[in-house]
Design a protein around this ligand. Structure first.
Ligand code: NAD
Length: 497
């Protein structure tokens, strides 16, 4: 694959280690304390930039700016004007897509071909919600006394949305939260992860260029335990949309109780992939492997529990191992790279400890299992794509979210047993099924407890399709019409005529 532009040149122009202010009320500001933190390139360890380390007082300023905009100029925007604005933002994103992709690749390691390929999910999202901005409507309810009482509902913006996102897809996660807010007339205070704060600041620039009124979108950089926690508990924030780990989601839900703000949570997973005896093995192998290895396993929907019918388990797992060994591991900025680094040394240590536990609990190491060394890898956090066979359900690698490039493959004897074991997890984010039997696929689709189910494919996401989890993977949906309802209140109106 080749790039049509010079990604390395663009990378050098984008970040030079300098200070990047945050965006509050239309102003580019430092933290009131003057404190900063460094943003790194996980492939090289280089400091790309420094960003403000927001304290609770900075969050309060951002919320005040969001409130002023909500009750001021933004409330006067008609749905058509919000639609026009979203379409303008979409055009700017399209024009700047290469820069946004390079920025994401630099700050969180995802290979450039993947960040570039996310365009439809992001620009498409902006255009999808531009369309929805003029399609919001209440309904007339005709059950009251005819001719005497008129009853109808209005859909009103919920107010200030506090958005807290993880580091693994900053552009997509930002827009999946901001676009529906703009469509519904809400305002936003978004806090990116301290591990990948840079692209959301570029996004703020594009919002400003598009003419988004001051205070409608605010981007604050800071630690989760300080800035994120203040946003979650803030008495003037009306809604929190959070993507991140289940443990953080639980503490956010607790913090939100104070003013009973609405909460939606997109959390972690340990998603099952079931490969039936009749699956097309050669088509299923690369899809099942990339269900985990895409972005080095650092994706919430990673299909990390691979259940394979016993008759084909050995062949299937051997082929997944071959596939894993064929992947090119390197710096995300190189177009040939299939798999980039892990986000941090801490994350690499966590993954290594899972690999060690798999080995000590007796799983069969089929591929990978090692940290990579050599001049290309020494300054980053690179772990070889790893495949374990003969894993048992009770092993740690089969139960806990690893968030790294590790597949745990397990044989099963009957479909009943496979479904039961697939569902025997506290999580319920996603699932994959490989079979050529349509009836079997439908049976499994109904029985699997997961927010998304893919059959003979994996990973597909679309702005029009709701995405979210069941059980400990969270509640609420992003994408589709359902997301708009997360950002709207319903008011019932009664009129005596
Ligand atoms: P994380 O939970 O550590 O952090 C996510 C965000 O929450 C960051 O911005 C962080 O600063 C903030 N935060 C941390 N503590 C906080 C607190 N006490 N109050 C408020 N905010 C706080 O997650 P991560 O390491 O950035 O991302 C990895 C996790 O995210 C994985 O579990 C993964 O499965 C999950 N994830 C889920 C989805 C999904 O859509 N379901 C998508 C991507 C990632």
């Amino acid at each position: 694959m080749t790039l049509t532009f010079d990604a390395k040149q663009m990378a050098a122009e984008l970040y030079d280690g300098g200070f990047r202010p945050m965006f509050i009320g239309g102003q580019w500001v430092a933290a009131q304390s003057g404190e900063v933190s460094e943003a790194y390139n996980p492939a090289t360890g280089a400091v790309l930039a420094t960003v403000p380390l927001a304290a609770p007082a900075d969050i309060d300023c951002a919320v005040a700016a969001a409130r002023q905009a909500l009750e001021g100029p933004w409330s006067k925007f008609s749905p058509y004007e919000r639609q026009t604005l979203l379409l303008k933002i979409a055009d700017l994103f399209e024009e700047n897509w290469e820069r946004l992709s390079v920025s994401d690749t630099l700050n969180m390691g995802m290979p450039i071909m993947r960040t570039l390929a996310n365009k439809r999910r992001v620009v498409g999202m902006l255009r999808f919600y531009a369309g929805m901005a003029t399609a919001l409507h209440g309904e007339v309810i005709d059950n009251s006394i005819p001719g005497e009482i008129v009853t109808f509902t209005r859909r009103e913006p919920i107010g200030i949305v506090g958005a807290i996102i993880p580091w693994n897809a900053p552009t997509a996660a930002s827009i999946w939260k901001i676009a529906p807010a703009l469509a519904t007339g809400c305002t936003v205070v978004l806090k990116p992860s301290e591990d990948a704060p840079l692209t959301p600041l570029l996004i703020a620039k594009l919002m400003q260029e598009a003419g988004v009124p001051d205070g409608v979108v605010n981007i604050v950089t800071g630690k989760g335990s300080v800035a994120g926690a203040r946003l979650a508990e803030h008495p003037d924030v009306n809604k929190i949309v959070f993507t991140g780990s289940t443990a953080t989601g639980q503490s956010i839900a607790r913090a939100a109780v104070g003013n009973l703000k609405r909460v939606s949570l997109e959390l972690g997973g340990k998603s099952p992939v079931i490969v039936c005896r009749d699956a097309d093995i050669d088509r299923a192998v690369p899809v099942a492997a990339m269900a985990v290895f895409a972005h080095s396993g650092q994706i919430c929907i990673a299909g990390s529990r691979l259940f394979v019918a016993r008759e084909i388990h050995e062949e299937f797992v051997a082929k997944v191992g071959d596939f894993a060994r064929s992947l090119r591991i390197g710096h995300g900025i190189d177009a040939e790279t299939d798999i980039g680094p892990l986000i941090s040394a801490r994350q690499a240590q966590i993954v290594e400890s899972f690999i060690a536990s798999g080995q000590s609990e007796g799983a069969a190491l089929v591929a990978g299992g090692t940290r990579l060394s050599g001049s290309l890898y020494d300054k980053g956090n690179f772990i070889a794509p790893t495949v374990f066979g003969d894993v048992r359900d009770e092993m740690r690698i089969a139960r806990e979210e690893i968030f790294g490039p590790v597949i745990s493959a397990m044989p099963f004897d009957t479909i009943e047993e496979a479904v039961e074991r697939a569902n025997a997890s506290p999580y319920g984010l996603a699932a994959g099924i490989f079979t050529q039997n349509l009836g079997m696929a439908h049976k499994l689709i109904r029985r699997i407890k997961a927010g998304s189910v893919w059959v003979n494919m994996y990973h597909a996401l679309d702005p029009a399709v709701p995405f979210g989890g069941m059980k400990m993977s969270g509640y609420g949906r992003e994408g589709g019409i359902e997301h708009l309802h997360e950002y709207l209140e319903t008011k019932a109106v009664w009129i005596q005529t």
